[in-house]
Ligand binder design. Sequence first.
Ligand code: SF4
Length: 302
Amino acid sequence: MLSVTCKIRLSASGVHLFDRVSGTNVLLDEVAVPVEQFSRAPRYLSVALTNACELRCSYCYAPKYAASLDRERVLQWAVELDAAGCLGLGFGGGEPTTYRQFPQLCADIAQATSLPVTFTTHGHRLTPALIDSLRGSVHFVRLSVDGVGATYERLRGRPFTALVQAAGLLHSLAPFGINAVINADTVSELDRLAEFAGAAGASELLLLPEQPTKTTPGISDSDAERLVQWVTTVTTEVRLAISRSGFEAALPTAEAIPEESPLDAHMHVDAAGVLRPNAYASMGVPVGQSIIEAVEALREAG
Ligand code: SF4
């Protein structure tokens, strides 16, 4: 007999069942949930554990001041979010593998909650020992790969062969996806990125059209058109996904949770402990004793 333990999230979209081990989602959208029973947490929370990172990517949006979150505080937020219907926690930064006691934090959350633990990494600090210490505590990983071969080496300043090794280590840890910032440097490498993702055993290629920051203008209109053209004509075994970036309407994307509001779908905590609608947002609410109180304050402010 098949036995599955799943989380339940209630929202205006219906009853959402989720299993962190298999990654299976089931939405019972024919069930009308009374407003007072809606889950209070956002469906997904990204957390910048630290601003620290030894790489210097020109399109990096992570703030450059030193900051990192307290481990006990993050664990307490995870427990609170889990009880309030959150379905996922994703660590980033900066580079989360620079965070002190990162494996311990992942293990504590995996043990204390039913949340899937995920993180995004540049991969260059992964070692067999670190992978072993994360085993059983991590449910999905995102590996940042901007271009392949010489393009990758120019943009990230690290050998591409080291990245290939990192992908091999991740493959032994958990399902993983490739994150690729798409801009003038990488838009012509989409075919090679998809080939790399397939050969490395990745289950997804997430396209991140470059966002404007203080130092970069973001993807140009002509490169955006090339990206749309590629997505609509490519045939690849690897699942394609795209960030919420304004391109959804121009692409044949599936809306996972119909009519879900952005603040129900996702929020972000930066390394200074400020809750924001997303990592690029300027407005935010400092998280105090309770992260759910901050979630509600952010919804009211938004
Ligand atoms: S690897 Fe990520 S966090 Fe580090 S500099 Fe590059 S974009 Fe920023």
